[in-house]
Design a protein. Structure first.
Length: 317
């Protein structure tokens, strides 16, 4: 399979910021800050974009191929999801269902989006001859999800409508960018789009506390455009420095880091909280959280290597 280094790099940025966010919440006890207003806007959309990009594969020609594809993708998601949920249940003593659906919500939403995209892609390929109609069907899906959300009065713990709607768009953008090279090229090489995306993202970050779901989606998509264009450009240079290589390593190990980081994050609320939040403290918050996040990530990478040495344990990650 072709390896896209710039995709690994944006995944590396995203997983580093995920750990930063977890440090802010679980280590420092801070749920709202300058750093977190930025993180919430784009680090998870980047993950779903990369997941959609890497999940797309052409050639679902018949029902047998469809079932095989669903089983393959399902196994790749469900085994890590169940395994880490059991581990966190033993480690923390939290209710298992809450861990499965809320604490590790990323797996839940990723599974739903992956199954949805594979099935819809199969139906479009088999029944729709005109591309414009295919795009129209993709556009109807979020409308249908919004309608189902208001018709079904079940909590997000049972079916996370809000998160599925929120991350449907970056996942779809990644899926279509892999499918249509012209779309990927438009995102990567359009200078006007790059500048516009920077402006919109900064606006969304500035007013992050007051944004509705539509502007959060737009802000996340703009961040994806900026990050992907940036790393694609610099990855194509002959000389790529050590930071970019490190981001590739983090991107390739992002699943393991996501699964394991919460086991290593220390509880420093009593010690660190008074020193973290300061006026205009974006750089300071990022620095202090990074001091904790970096050794946590190293611990995750070490455990991943242990797992990858065993032919059975390797399937968990």
């Amino acid at each position: 399979m072709t390896r896209f280094s710039y995709i690994d790099q944006i995944k590396g940025v995203a997983i580093f910021l995920v750990v930063i966010g977890h440090v802010m919440i679980f280590s420092f006890g801070i749920h709202f800050s300058v750093v977190q207003s930025m993180l919430v806007l784009f680090h998870m959309p980047v993950f779903f974009y990369a997941s959609g990009f890497l999940a797309y594969k052409e050639g679902i020609a018949d029902i047998k191929t469809l079932i095989n594809r669903l089983m393959h993708k399902g196994k790749r998601i469900i085994i890590p999801w169940i395994s880490v949920s059991v581990g966190m249940f033993v480690f923390s003593g939290r209710p298992f269902f809450s861990i499965l659906t809320s604490f590790y919500w990323f797996f839940y939403v990723l599974m739903v989006l992956t199954i949805l995209h594979i099935i819809v892609e199969y139906l479009i390929t088999k029944n729709i001859k005109f591309k414009i109609l295919g795009f129209a069907i993709w556009g109807l899906i979020p409308v249908s999800l919004f309608a189902l959300k208001y018709l079904c009065h079940c909590g997000d713990s049972l079916f996370p409508f809000n998160q599925i709607i929120m991350y449907f768009f970056p996942y779809l953008l990644g899926w279509l960018s892999r499918k249509y090279s012209w779309l990927n090229g438009f995102i990567l090489h359009n200078s006007a789009l790059y500048i516009l995306s920077i402006i919109i993202f900064l606006f969304c970050w500035l007013y992050a506390d007051n944004l509705n779901i539509i502007f959060r989606i737009i802000g996340g998509l703009c961040a994806i455009v900026v990050l992907q264009s940036f790393f694609y450009y610099y990855s194509s240079q002959e000389h790529v420095n050590r930071m970019f290589d490190t981001l590739c390593v983090l991107g390739k190990s992002s699943l393991a880091i996501y699964m394991l980081n919460n086991f290593f994050i220390p509880d420093l609320k009593a010690i660190a909280l008074p020193f973290v939040i300061v006026p205009n403290g974006f750089i300071w918050e990022l620095f202090i959280a990074s001091v904790i996040a970096i050794p946590v990530i190293y611990a995750c990478l070490f455990v991943e290597k242990i797992f990858r040495r065993n032919k059975y344990l390797i399937h968990i990650m």
